[in-house]
Design a protein around this ligand. Structure first.
Ligand code: NAI
Length: 401
Protein backbone atom coordinates (compact mmCIF):
# COMPACT_ATOMS: atom_id res chain seq x y z
CA UNK A 1 0.00 0.00 0.00
CA UNK A 2 1.10 3.60 -0.46
CA UNK A 3 2.61 5.14 2.64
CA UNK A 4 0.55 7.95 4.15
CA UNK A 5 2.36 10.90 5.66
CA UNK A 6 1.26 10.70 9.27
CA UNK A 7 0.58 7.86 11.73
CA UNK A 8 -3.07 8.89 12.00
CA UNK A 9 -3.50 8.88 8.21
CA UNK A 10 -1.96 5.40 8.13
CA UNK A 11 -4.44 4.21 10.81
CA UNK A 12 -7.33 5.67 8.76
CA UNK A 13 -6.12 3.94 5.60
CA UNK A 14 -6.14 0.60 7.42
CA UNK A 15 -9.86 1.02 8.14
CA UNK A 16 -10.67 1.44 4.46
CA UNK A 17 -8.59 -1.61 3.60
CA UNK A 18 -10.26 -3.73 6.27
CA UNK A 19 -13.71 -2.92 4.90
CA UNK A 20 -12.58 -4.39 1.55
CA UNK A 21 -10.91 -7.48 3.09
CA UNK A 22 -10.90 -10.67 0.97
CA UNK A 23 -9.59 -14.20 1.51
CA UNK A 24 -6.75 -13.66 -0.97
CA UNK A 25 -3.59 -15.44 0.10
CA UNK A 26 -5.32 -17.90 2.44
CA UNK A 27 -5.29 -21.58 1.58
CA UNK A 28 -8.09 -24.03 2.28
CA UNK A 29 -8.65 -27.77 2.05
CA UNK A 30 -9.43 -28.92 -1.53
CA UNK A 31 -13.09 -28.20 -2.46
CA UNK A 32 -13.99 -31.86 -2.96
CA UNK A 33 -13.10 -32.49 0.69
CA UNK A 34 -15.08 -29.49 1.82
CA UNK A 35 -18.53 -28.09 1.75
CA UNK A 36 -18.79 -26.02 -1.41
CA UNK A 37 -22.36 -24.91 -0.80
CA UNK A 38 -22.32 -21.11 -0.84
CA UNK A 39 -24.94 -19.10 1.00
CA UNK A 40 -26.05 -15.74 2.31
CA UNK A 41 -26.74 -15.59 6.02
CA UNK A 42 -30.34 -14.62 6.72
CA UNK A 43 -31.04 -16.35 10.01
CA UNK A 44 -28.62 -16.77 12.91
CA UNK A 45 -28.86 -19.00 15.97
CA UNK A 46 -27.07 -17.55 18.99
CA UNK A 47 -26.36 -19.83 21.93
CA UNK A 48 -25.83 -18.24 25.34
CA UNK A 49 -27.74 -15.08 26.32
CA UNK A 50 -24.92 -13.65 28.45
CA UNK A 51 -22.75 -10.59 27.79
CA UNK A 52 -21.64 -11.62 24.30
CA UNK A 53 -24.64 -13.65 23.15
CA UNK A 54 -27.02 -10.79 23.94
CA UNK A 55 -24.73 -8.32 22.17
CA UNK A 56 -24.45 -10.53 19.09
CA UNK A 57 -28.20 -11.18 18.97
CA UNK A 58 -28.91 -7.45 19.28
CA UNK A 59 -26.49 -6.47 16.56
CA UNK A 60 -27.59 -9.19 14.12
CA UNK A 61 -31.24 -8.14 14.54
CA UNK A 62 -30.31 -4.46 14.25
CA UNK A 63 -28.65 -5.29 10.91
CA UNK A 64 -31.81 -6.95 9.58
CA UNK A 65 -31.15 -10.64 10.32
CA UNK A 66 -33.58 -13.07 11.92
CA UNK A 67 -32.26 -14.38 15.25
CA UNK A 68 -33.07 -17.28 17.54
CA UNK A 69 -31.42 -16.90 20.94
CA UNK A 70 -31.01 -19.87 23.25
CA UNK A 71 -30.04 -20.22 26.90
CA UNK A 72 -30.58 -22.98 29.43
CA UNK A 73 -33.01 -21.24 31.81
CA UNK A 74 -35.92 -18.86 31.14
CA UNK A 75 -34.47 -16.36 33.64
CA UNK A 76 -31.18 -16.18 31.69
CA UNK A 77 -33.18 -15.49 28.53
CA UNK A 78 -35.18 -12.82 30.35
CA UNK A 79 -31.94 -11.18 31.57
CA UNK A 80 -30.55 -11.26 28.00
CA UNK A 81 -33.72 -9.74 26.56
CA UNK A 82 -33.57 -6.92 29.11
CA UNK A 83 -30.01 -6.19 28.01
CA UNK A 84 -31.04 -6.27 24.35
CA UNK A 85 -34.00 -3.99 25.00
CA UNK A 86 -31.63 -1.56 26.74
CA UNK A 87 -29.27 -1.63 23.75
CA UNK A 88 -32.10 -0.84 21.34
CA UNK A 89 -33.38 1.95 23.64
CA UNK A 90 -29.85 3.36 23.78
CA UNK A 91 -29.64 3.26 19.95
CA UNK A 92 -32.92 5.18 19.67
CA UNK A 93 -31.72 7.82 22.17
CA UNK A 94 -28.52 8.25 20.15
CA UNK A 95 -30.54 8.63 16.93
CA UNK A 96 -29.05 5.46 15.40
CA UNK A 97 -32.55 4.18 14.63
CA UNK A 98 -36.16 5.20 15.11
CA UNK A 99 -38.31 3.66 17.83
CA UNK A 100 -40.24 1.83 15.07
CA UNK A 101 -37.08 0.38 13.57
CA UNK A 102 -35.93 -0.74 17.02
CA UNK A 103 -39.31 -2.39 17.63
CA UNK A 104 -39.14 -4.21 14.31
CA UNK A 105 -35.59 -5.36 15.04
CA UNK A 106 -36.59 -6.58 18.51
CA UNK A 107 -39.38 -8.52 16.78
CA UNK A 108 -36.78 -10.35 14.68
CA UNK A 109 -35.44 -12.06 17.84
CA UNK A 110 -37.14 -15.19 19.13
CA UNK A 111 -35.89 -17.15 22.14
CA UNK A 112 -35.88 -20.72 23.32
CA UNK A 113 -34.47 -22.98 26.00
CA UNK A 114 -34.71 -25.87 23.55
CA UNK A 115 -33.93 -26.13 19.85
CA UNK A 116 -37.08 -24.63 18.29
CA UNK A 117 -36.23 -22.36 15.40
CA UNK A 118 -32.69 -23.72 14.88
CA UNK A 119 -33.32 -26.10 11.98
CA UNK A 120 -33.62 -23.33 9.36
CA UNK A 121 -30.68 -21.22 10.60
CA UNK A 122 -27.88 -20.52 8.13
CA UNK A 123 -25.33 -20.02 10.90
CA UNK A 124 -25.18 -20.89 14.61
CA UNK A 125 -22.81 -18.90 16.85
CA UNK A 126 -21.92 -20.27 20.27
CA UNK A 127 -21.25 -17.79 23.11
CA UNK A 128 -21.37 -19.93 26.25
CA UNK A 129 -18.76 -20.18 29.00
CA UNK A 130 -15.11 -20.38 27.96
CA UNK A 131 -14.68 -24.08 28.67
CA UNK A 132 -13.47 -26.64 26.14
CA UNK A 133 -15.54 -29.56 27.46
CA UNK A 134 -18.76 -27.50 27.66
CA UNK A 135 -18.27 -26.16 24.13
CA UNK A 136 -17.44 -29.61 22.71
CA UNK A 137 -20.55 -31.09 24.29
CA UNK A 138 -22.67 -28.24 22.99
CA UNK A 139 -21.39 -28.48 19.41
CA UNK A 140 -22.07 -32.21 19.33
CA UNK A 141 -25.63 -31.40 20.48
CA UNK A 142 -26.04 -28.58 17.94
CA UNK A 143 -24.97 -30.91 15.15
CA UNK A 144 -27.82 -33.29 15.98
CA UNK A 145 -30.33 -30.41 15.91
CA UNK A 146 -29.38 -28.61 12.70
CA UNK A 147 -28.78 -29.78 9.14
CA UNK A 148 -25.34 -30.68 7.74
CA UNK A 149 -25.01 -27.43 5.78
CA UNK A 150 -25.54 -25.04 8.71
CA UNK A 151 -22.36 -23.12 9.48
CA UNK A 152 -21.10 -23.52 13.04
CA UNK A 153 -19.06 -20.82 14.76
CA UNK A 154 -17.61 -20.21 18.19
CA UNK A 155 -17.12 -16.78 19.75
CA UNK A 156 -14.33 -18.14 21.97
CA UNK A 157 -11.76 -15.51 22.96
CA UNK A 158 -8.79 -17.83 22.97
CA UNK A 159 -9.46 -21.55 22.43
CA UNK A 160 -8.07 -23.14 19.25
CA UNK A 161 -11.08 -23.87 17.06
CA UNK A 162 -10.18 -27.48 16.22
CA UNK A 163 -10.40 -28.42 19.89
CA UNK A 164 -14.06 -27.43 20.01
CA UNK A 165 -15.39 -29.21 16.93
CA UNK A 166 -13.85 -32.67 17.34
CA UNK A 167 -17.20 -34.48 17.36
CA UNK A 168 -18.94 -32.46 14.67
CA UNK A 169 -19.75 -34.05 11.31
CA UNK A 170 -18.77 -31.95 8.25
CA UNK A 171 -16.08 -29.99 10.15
CA UNK A 172 -15.43 -27.95 6.99
CA UNK A 173 -18.42 -25.79 8.05
CA UNK A 174 -16.76 -24.77 11.36
CA UNK A 175 -14.80 -21.65 12.24
CA UNK A 176 -14.35 -18.96 14.87
CA UNK A 177 -16.13 -15.61 14.70
CA UNK A 178 -14.61 -13.57 17.50
CA UNK A 179 -16.61 -10.46 18.33
CA UNK A 180 -15.36 -7.88 20.81
CA UNK A 181 -17.23 -6.40 23.75
CA UNK A 182 -19.42 -4.34 23.46
CA UNK A 183 -20.46 -5.93 20.16
CA UNK A 184 -22.50 -2.97 18.90
CA UNK A 185 -19.63 -0.53 19.35
CA UNK A 186 -16.49 -2.54 18.58
CA UNK A 187 -15.75 -2.57 14.85
CA UNK A 188 -13.35 -5.52 14.85
CA UNK A 189 -14.23 -9.17 14.26
CA UNK A 190 -11.51 -11.82 14.08
CA UNK A 191 -12.45 -14.58 11.63
CA UNK A 192 -10.65 -17.71 12.75
CA UNK A 193 -9.84 -20.35 10.17
CA UNK A 194 -9.50 -23.85 11.53
CA UNK A 195 -7.49 -26.51 9.71
CA UNK A 196 -10.70 -27.90 8.21
CA UNK A 197 -12.60 -24.67 7.51
CA UNK A 198 -13.57 -24.69 3.83
CA UNK A 199 -13.31 -21.74 1.49
CA UNK A 200 -17.12 -21.70 1.10
CA UNK A 201 -17.50 -21.43 4.87
CA UNK A 202 -14.91 -18.67 5.11
CA UNK A 203 -16.53 -16.78 2.22
CA UNK A 204 -19.98 -16.96 3.79
CA UNK A 205 -18.60 -15.86 7.18
CA UNK A 206 -16.72 -12.95 5.62
CA UNK A 207 -19.94 -11.85 3.89
CA UNK A 208 -21.79 -12.14 7.20
CA UNK A 209 -19.26 -9.93 9.01
CA UNK A 210 -19.58 -7.31 6.28
CA UNK A 211 -23.40 -7.54 6.46
CA UNK A 212 -22.96 -6.61 10.12
CA UNK A 213 -20.86 -3.56 9.06
CA UNK A 214 -17.90 -4.88 11.00
CA UNK A 215 -14.26 -4.86 9.95
CA UNK A 216 -12.75 -8.33 9.73
CA UNK A 217 -9.21 -9.56 10.16
CA UNK A 218 -8.48 -13.13 9.25
CA UNK A 219 -6.47 -15.35 11.58
CA UNK A 220 -5.39 -18.95 11.55
CA UNK A 221 -6.61 -20.92 14.56
CA UNK A 222 -4.10 -20.72 17.38
CA UNK A 223 -4.48 -20.04 21.14
CA UNK A 224 -5.65 -16.45 21.65
CA UNK A 225 -5.57 -15.77 17.87
CA UNK A 226 -4.02 -12.31 17.56
CA UNK A 227 -5.65 -9.74 19.84
CA UNK A 228 -6.19 -11.84 22.97
CA UNK A 229 -2.69 -13.30 22.72
CA UNK A 230 -0.83 -10.04 22.20
CA UNK A 231 -2.93 -8.08 24.69
CA UNK A 232 -2.68 -10.63 27.49
CA UNK A 233 1.08 -11.10 27.10
CA UNK A 234 1.26 -7.31 27.57
CA UNK A 235 -1.12 -7.29 30.57
CA UNK A 236 0.81 -10.16 32.16
CA UNK A 237 4.07 -8.25 31.77
CA UNK A 238 2.43 -5.23 33.43
CA UNK A 239 1.43 -7.47 36.36
CA UNK A 240 4.99 -8.83 36.59
CA UNK A 241 6.24 -5.25 36.79
CA UNK A 242 3.68 -4.59 39.53
CA UNK A 243 4.92 -7.66 41.40
CA UNK A 244 8.44 -6.24 41.19
CA UNK A 245 7.13 -3.30 43.21
CA UNK A 246 6.25 -0.69 40.60
CA UNK A 247 3.12 1.13 41.82
CA UNK A 248 -0.18 0.78 39.94
CA UNK A 249 -0.38 4.45 39.03
CA UNK A 250 3.26 4.59 37.89
CA UNK A 251 2.59 1.80 35.38
CA UNK A 252 -0.73 3.24 34.21
CA UNK A 253 0.59 6.80 33.90
CA UNK A 254 3.57 5.61 31.86
CA UNK A 255 1.34 3.81 29.35
CA UNK A 256 -1.14 6.69 29.15
CA UNK A 257 1.72 9.06 28.50
CA UNK A 258 2.79 6.70 25.72
CA UNK A 259 -0.66 7.12 24.17
CA UNK A 260 -2.93 4.31 25.41
CA UNK A 261 -6.41 5.50 26.43
CA UNK A 262 -6.01 3.69 29.74
CA UNK A 263 -3.17 1.96 31.53
CA UNK A 264 -2.92 -1.83 31.79
CA UNK A 265 -3.91 -2.12 35.47
CA UNK A 266 -7.05 -0.08 34.87
CA UNK A 267 -7.77 -2.15 31.75
CA UNK A 268 -7.57 -5.35 33.82
CA UNK A 269 -10.19 -3.92 36.18
CA UNK A 270 -12.45 -3.08 33.23
CA UNK A 271 -12.03 -6.49 31.55
CA UNK A 272 -12.47 -8.13 34.97
CA UNK A 273 -9.74 -9.50 37.24
CA UNK A 274 -11.54 -12.87 36.96
CA UNK A 275 -11.53 -12.91 33.15
CA UNK A 276 -7.92 -11.70 33.05
CA UNK A 277 -6.75 -14.36 35.46
CA UNK A 278 -8.63 -17.01 33.48
CA UNK A 279 -7.02 -15.94 30.21
CA UNK A 280 -3.60 -15.80 31.90
CA UNK A 281 -4.29 -19.45 32.79
CA UNK A 282 -5.11 -20.27 29.17
CA UNK A 283 -1.98 -18.50 27.91
CA UNK A 284 0.16 -20.33 30.51
CA UNK A 285 -1.41 -23.62 29.40
CA UNK A 286 -0.75 -23.09 25.70
CA UNK A 287 2.54 -21.16 25.91
CA UNK A 288 4.07 -23.02 28.85
CA UNK A 289 7.68 -22.27 28.03
CA UNK A 290 7.28 -18.53 27.50
CA UNK A 291 4.34 -17.25 29.49
CA UNK A 292 5.59 -16.57 33.01
CA UNK A 293 2.25 -16.07 34.64
CA UNK A 294 1.96 -13.26 37.19
CA UNK A 295 0.05 -14.25 40.33
CA UNK A 296 -1.37 -10.91 41.44
CA UNK A 297 -4.72 -11.42 39.69
CA UNK A 298 -5.19 -14.81 41.38
CA UNK A 299 -4.42 -13.17 44.73
CA UNK A 300 -6.74 -10.22 44.09
CA UNK A 301 -9.54 -12.65 43.22
CA UNK A 302 -8.95 -14.70 46.37
CA UNK A 303 -9.32 -11.46 48.34
CA UNK A 304 -12.64 -10.75 46.55
CA UNK A 305 -11.38 -8.05 44.18
CA UNK A 306 -12.90 -8.82 40.78
CA UNK A 307 -12.39 -5.49 39.06
CA UNK A 308 -15.16 -3.27 37.90
CA UNK A 309 -17.66 -5.38 36.00
CA UNK A 310 -20.89 -7.09 37.04
CA UNK A 311 -21.39 -4.81 40.03
CA UNK A 312 -17.90 -5.48 41.43
CA UNK A 313 -16.20 -2.29 42.53
CA UNK A 314 -12.57 -3.04 43.33
CA UNK A 315 -9.51 -4.44 41.65
CA UNK A 316 -6.27 -2.53 41.33
CA UNK A 317 -8.49 0.50 41.92
CA UNK A 318 -11.58 1.06 44.09
CA UNK A 319 -14.54 2.62 42.29
CA UNK A 320 -17.31 4.83 43.54
CA UNK A 321 -19.50 5.69 40.55
CA UNK A 322 -17.14 7.05 37.91
CA UNK A 323 -14.44 7.93 40.46
CA UNK A 324 -11.45 5.60 40.80
CA UNK A 325 -8.89 5.69 43.59
CA UNK A 326 -6.14 3.22 44.42
CA UNK A 327 -7.36 0.09 46.17
CA UNK A 328 -5.37 0.33 49.40
CA UNK A 329 -5.88 -3.38 50.15
CA UNK A 330 -4.39 -4.36 46.77
CA UNK A 331 -1.43 -2.12 47.50
CA UNK A 332 -0.64 -4.17 50.60
CA UNK A 333 -0.28 -7.44 48.72
CA UNK A 334 3.24 -8.87 48.63
CA UNK A 335 5.48 -7.31 46.07
CA UNK A 336 9.14 -7.95 45.38
CA UNK A 337 11.93 -5.64 46.52
CA UNK A 338 12.46 -2.95 43.90
CA UNK A 339 16.01 -1.72 43.58
CA UNK A 340 15.02 1.43 41.72
CA UNK A 341 11.82 2.81 40.22
CA UNK A 342 11.93 2.55 36.42
CA UNK A 343 11.22 5.69 34.44
CA UNK A 344 8.05 6.04 32.33
CA UNK A 345 10.17 5.49 29.22
CA UNK A 346 11.65 2.29 30.64
CA UNK A 347 8.21 0.97 31.63
CA UNK A 348 6.71 1.70 28.21
CA UNK A 349 9.80 0.27 26.52
CA UNK A 350 9.52 -3.02 28.41
CA UNK A 351 5.76 -3.47 27.95
CA UNK A 352 5.71 -2.47 24.32
CA UNK A 353 8.65 -4.77 23.57
CA UNK A 354 6.62 -7.73 24.87
CA UNK A 355 3.68 -6.74 22.70
CA UNK A 356 5.80 -6.32 19.57
CA UNK A 357 7.62 -9.64 20.14
CA UNK A 358 4.36 -11.56 20.51
CA UNK A 359 2.82 -9.93 17.44
CA UNK A 360 5.96 -10.78 15.46
CA UNK A 361 5.63 -14.42 16.59
CA UNK A 362 2.02 -14.43 15.35
CA UNK A 363 3.30 -13.21 11.97
CA UNK A 364 6.14 -15.76 11.92
CA UNK A 365 3.72 -18.59 12.78
CA UNK A 366 1.26 -17.49 10.07
CA UNK A 367 -1.51 -16.76 12.60
CA UNK A 368 -2.00 -13.47 10.78
CA UNK A 369 -0.76 -12.45 7.35
CA UNK A 370 0.67 -8.95 7.39
CA UNK A 371 2.01 -6.30 9.79
CA UNK A 372 -0.82 -4.04 8.54
CA UNK A 373 -3.36 -6.65 9.70
CA UNK A 374 -1.73 -6.67 13.15
CA UNK A 375 -1.87 -2.90 13.21
CA UNK A 376 -5.52 -2.75 12.24
CA UNK A 377 -6.56 -5.46 14.72
CA UNK A 378 -4.89 -3.75 17.67
CA UNK A 379 -6.12 -0.30 16.68
CA UNK A 380 -9.72 -1.43 16.38
CA UNK A 381 -9.83 -4.24 18.96
CA UNK A 382 -7.46 -3.18 21.74
CA UNK A 383 -7.37 0.62 21.75
CA UNK A 384 -3.84 0.95 20.35
CA UNK A 385 -3.24 4.72 19.96
CA UNK A 386 -3.81 5.87 16.38
CA UNK A 387 -1.31 8.66 16.99
CA UNK A 388 1.36 5.93 16.82
CA UNK A 389 -0.01 4.58 13.51
CA UNK A 390 -0.06 0.90 14.41
CA UNK A 391 2.00 -1.49 16.53
CA UNK A 392 4.23 -2.92 13.80
CA UNK A 393 4.28 0.37 11.91
CA UNK A 394 5.59 2.08 15.05
CA UNK A 395 8.01 -0.77 15.83
CA UNK A 396 9.48 -0.45 12.35
CA UNK A 397 10.15 3.24 13.05
CA UNK A 398 7.78 4.46 10.31
CA UNK A 399 6.45 8.02 10.38
CA UNK A 400 7.19 8.58 14.04
CA UNK A 401 7.76 12.27 13.49
P1 NAI B 1 -21.47 -15.11 30.04
O1 NAI B 1 -21.10 -15.91 31.25
O2 NAI B 1 -21.89 -13.70 30.20
O3 NAI B 1 -22.67 -15.87 29.27
C1 NAI B 1 -22.68 -17.24 28.99
C2 NAI B 1 -24.13 -17.67 28.86
O4 NAI B 1 -24.17 -18.97 28.28
C3 NAI B 1 -24.87 -17.76 30.20
O5 NAI B 1 -26.08 -17.05 30.14
C4 NAI B 1 -25.13 -19.26 30.36
O6 NAI B 1 -26.33 -19.57 31.05
C5 NAI B 1 -25.21 -19.69 28.91
N1 NAI B 1 -25.00 -21.13 28.68
C6 NAI B 1 -24.10 -21.93 29.26
N2 NAI B 1 -24.22 -23.19 28.73
C7 NAI B 1 -25.20 -23.14 27.80
C8 NAI B 1 -25.78 -24.10 26.90
N3 NAI B 1 -25.35 -25.35 26.86
N4 NAI B 1 -26.78 -23.69 26.06
C9 NAI B 1 -27.22 -22.41 26.10
N5 NAI B 1 -26.70 -21.46 26.93
C10 NAI B 1 -25.70 -21.83 27.75
O7 NAI B 1 -20.24 -15.24 29.04
P2 NAI B 1 -19.69 -14.16 27.99
O8 NAI B 1 -18.84 -13.17 28.67
O9 NAI B 1 -20.83 -13.71 27.16
O10 NAI B 1 -18.72 -15.05 27.11
C11 NAI B 1 -19.21 -16.00 26.19
C12 NAI B 1 -18.10 -16.43 25.26
O11 NAI B 1 -17.61 -15.29 24.55
C13 NAI B 1 -16.88 -17.03 25.96
O12 NAI B 1 -16.33 -18.03 25.16
C14 NAI B 1 -15.93 -15.83 26.08
O13 NAI B 1 -14.58 -16.22 26.16
C15 NAI B 1 -16.21 -15.13 24.77
N6 NAI B 1 -15.91 -13.71 24.74
C16 NAI B 1 -16.20 -12.92 25.82
C17 NAI B 1 -15.93 -11.56 25.77
C18 NAI B 1 -16.29 -10.66 26.92
O14 NAI B 1 -15.78 -9.53 26.97
N7 NAI B 1 -17.12 -11.10 27.85
C19 NAI B 1 -15.30 -10.94 24.58
C20 NAI B 1 -15.13 -11.85 23.47
C21 NAI B 1 -15.39 -13.19 23.58
Amino acid sequence: MSSPDTPTAYAEQLKTEAAARTLAGWSFPPPEAGNSHSRTIKKVGVIGAGVMGSGIAHWCAACGLQVVLRDVQPEFIARGLTVIRGLFDGGVKLGQQTADEAEQAMGRIVTTTGWDGFSDCDLVIEAIVEDVAAKQKLFAEIATNVGPLVLLASNTSALPIEELFGNVPQPERTLGIHFFNPVGRMPLVELIMGRQTSEATATAALGFVKQLKKSPVICRSSPGFLVTRVLFFYLNEACRLWEEGVPTETIDNAMREWGWPMGPMRLIDEVGVDVTDFIFGEMAHYFTARFQRATICTRLLAAGFKGRKNGASSGFYAYVGREASLNEAAKLMDVGPMSSTPTATEIAGRLMAVMVAEAQRCLDEGVIKTPADVDFALLSGAGFPATRGGLMHWAAGKNTG
